[in-house]
Structure formats: structure tokens, C-alpha cells
Design a protein around this ligand. Structure first.
Ligand SMILES: C[S@@+](CC[C@H](N)C(=O)[O-])C[C@H]1O[C@@H](n2cnc3c(N)ncnc32)[C@H](O)[C@@H]1O
Length: 356
């Protein structure tokens, strides 16, 4: 859901760059069902403009259940905002805005420095280069929009990027006015890279609590794709620890791998036909129900941190919304917002405040 309360379409910004004094962006947006949108507009602080449509035949293959899906591509060249730019992609049908998503673009003078080496960026995200940069823009926008919506008070915010990896978020968080950035991770090499390239206080921490911070030291903790790798009991221990380091009414903004991530975690068997077919939808519904029944599925090892995390520690963890709201809200934190697919359009975004 974007700030105006519109649902998020399927879609993404595939490219975003500055050229000859303009911001160029391109991507795609489709509804979950029905026909492709009538038009797409790009909105930023200083104005709104119509995006050009781009025909992308691969969209018809990827979403055969959406009519005229190949027309879901867009391209826009817009005049930049003077300061850090939030860019909304607004999808319209019969002259009405019906869906939207957003990203941000930091003008050149705020551009967040060098990208990490490929080995590091792949370890934390499976991505490198331009794809890593763009996924960071999206992650940063989703997290920071949530922080703005739930507005922790205070002139300067102490923000902890817990599980910062090689700084996909940190490199942008540090550019915000009025943020003191602290980052930590169990991955010593990633932490060293952040400390050498990003303004902030970075520390290697242990896989189990405590953190080397005082009670109530942080106004905001962000956890981007971290709890999505920890088994249920480790999640509990860490949520209690995060509650300890949060100031009263402080915010935890965390991603959870919910139903969408669970559905996408297995390849689609060809025998079910294309997505949208009756067989395909029935299989998806069965999988959804299985996740709701289990609450959490946390047995599957993730070997990407072999040699860094203790054996068996790092996993692929999926959990139902109901489970997350119940269990994360039992650790001295209250869930104040839950946006399905609100993080990267793939994971769910959960906002919690420290209970008074
Ligand atoms: C999928 S990566 C995400 C990294 C970063 N947040 C991002 O979005 O690019 C998960 C990160 O969590 C870190 N991690 C796992 N368990 C942790 C823990 N208990 N404390 C701190 N970091 C942890 C891993 O080392 C890894 O860098």
C-alpha cells in the first residue's frame, strides 16, 4: 500500500539513472488480474507526468492471465526534484488512480558511493551491480516510507541497521539528514567493507544476543531480510533483544517472508499449466493453507553463510501473517502495521513499536 492507500501492483522499476539533467526511469506494472492499466503516471514532489508505454512481450509470457500484459512496460524522463527524490509510479484505469508503488532517487551529490564487491553483494542478496543498486533503492524506499508513516519523534534519530550485510540500506540511510547510523552484522568481512566505505558506526556482532548497545539507545531498528533467515526460537530471542535496545515508542521495521515469498520459493511444476490456470490457483491455495496451518516453516537450511554463521543457524524461514502478528507482538513489541508484499513486492513489511 502506498502513502495514498492504493494497493501495490505487480511491478518494478528496472532502471533509474540521471542523464542530461533529467531522471530516466523504466520498468513495468500490471494489475493482479484483469487488463493492463490504461495509463501510468510518474509523480514526484515537483509534479506529475505521463509515462510512455513500452511494449514488452516477456510480460505476456510472465503474466498470461492479465489481458494485454505486454503493454505493461513504461518509460519516463522527468525533471529532478532539488532534494532527495521520492518517485511514485501511479497506475490508472478510466482516469482513476487504482494502484501505486514508489522508489527514491538520490540526486548526484548524495549518490551513495561505491558498490560492494560482487562476492559480498551476492552473499547477502544474490544480486550484483545495477540490480543490487536498484534493489537497494526499493528496499530503502519501503523501509523509510514506513519510518516516515509511523514517525518516531526526535530531532536526530539513532538508526540501527541490524544485519546490515554490505550496506544495501546503510549506504542510503547514512545520507539522510538527522540520522546517526549504526550497523552490525555477524559477517566480519561485510562489516569491514561498510566501515571502510559508509559513514556510520559498524560492529561485528554475535549470532546470539546481547548486542553491544545500551538499553533504549536506538530510535529505529531496521531488519531487512534478517529474521527471514532465523528459526522461531532465534527470532524470539532477537526480538526481545531489539526491544531492549529500542527507546520507548521506538520503531522496529522488519521484513518477513510471508505467503507470497512462500509461494515463490518453489518452482512451478509445468504440469499445472500457466499461472492463473485453475490447477495452478488450486495448488497455490493449498500451499497458502499449509503455511497458515504450520504458522512458521523454519527447517530449510540456507548455505549462503556457511563458514560465517554457526552450522544450522542460517535458514530459509517462511511464516504466516497471523503467526508473525501473534509471536512478534509477544516480545515487548506491538505490531502497528503489516503490509503484505510491502517489502520489494516480495516479502511482507512489519512495523512494530516498543510497548510502553
Ligand atoms: C539476506 S542478508 C540481508 C543483508 C542486508 N540487511 C540487506 O538487506 O542487504 C541477511 C544478513 O543478516 C545477517 N545476520 C544473520 N543473523 C544475524 C544476527 N543474529 N545478527 C546480525 N546479523 C545477522 C547476515 O550475516 C546477512 O548479512
Amino acid at each position: 500500500v502506498d502513502r495514498a492507500g492504493l494497493p501495490r501492483p505487480l511491478g518494478w522499476v528496472d532502471g533509474l539513472t540521471e542523464h542530461d539533467g533529467a531522471w530516466l526511469l523504466w520498468g513495468w506494472a500490471l494489475p493482479a488480474r484483469g487488463s493492463a492499466f490504461d495509463s501510468i503516471r510518474v509523480r514526484r514532489k515537483s509534479g506529475e507526468s505521463l509515462a510512455e508505454r513500452a511494449v514488452r512481450p516477456e510480460l505476456a509470457e510472465a503474466a498470461p492471465w492479465v489481458r494485454r500484459a505486454s503493454g505493461g512496460g513504461f518509460f519516463a524522463a522527468v525533471r529532478p526534484d532539488a532534494d532527495a527524490g521520492r518517485i511514485e509510479v501511479v497506475c490508472r484505469r478510466r482516469e482513476r488512480a487504482v494502484a501505486a508503488f514508489a522508489t527514491t532517487y538520490l540526486p548526484a551529490e548524495r549518490d551513495p558511493g561505491p558498490l560492494p564487491p560482487e562476492g559480498l553483494s551476492r552473499r547477502v542478496s544474490g544480486l550484483s551491480g545495477e540490480a543490487f543498486r536498484l534493489s537497494g533503492l526499493q528496499a530503502f524506499t519501503d523501509m523509510w516510507d514506513a519510518a516516515t508513516r509511523h514517525g518516531p519523534g526526535g530531532a536526530r534519530l539513532r538508526v540501527l541497521d541490524w544485519g546490515c550485510g554490505c550496506g544495501r540500506l546503510a549506504r542510503r540511510l547514512t545520507r539522510l539528514d538527522d540520522v546517526d547510523l549504526i550497523g552490525c552484522d555477524i559477517d566480519a568481512e561485510a562489516v569491514e567493507w561498510c566501515a571502510a566505505h559508509i559513514d556510520g558506526r559498524f560492529t561485528r556482532t554475535d549470532p546470539n544476543p546481547p548486542l553491544p548497545y545500551r538499553d533504549g539507545e536506538m530510535d529505529v531498528v531496521v531488519a531487512s531480510s534478517v529474521l527471514t533467515h532465523l528459526a522461531r526460537l532465534d527470532q524470539h530471542a532477537w526480538l526481545r533483544e531489539i526491544a531492549r535496545v529500542l527507546a520507548p515508542a521506538g520503531l522496529l521495521i522488519a521484513s518477513a517472508a510471508g505467503e507470497t515469498a512462500f509461494l515463490r520459493s518453489v518452482p512451478r511444476p509445468a504440469r499445472l499449466g500457466p499461472p492463473g490456470s485453475i490447477l495452478h490457483r488450486a495448488a497455490a491455495e493449498r500451499r497458502r493453507r499449509a503455511l497458515r496451518r504450520a504458522g512458521i516453516v523454519d527447517e530449510q537450511p540456507d548455505d549462503w553463510l556457511d563458514g560465517i554463521a554457526p552450522p544450522g543457524y542460517y535458514r530459509h524461514v517462511y511464516q504466516s501473517r497471523e503467526h508473525t502478528e501473534r509471536e512478534w507482538g509477544a516480545a515487548g513489541l506491538d505490531v502497528v502495521d503489516y503490509v503484505e508484499r510491502g517489502y520489494h513486492g516480495h516479502q511482507d513489511l512489519v512495523v512494530l513499536t516498543k510497548r510502553a
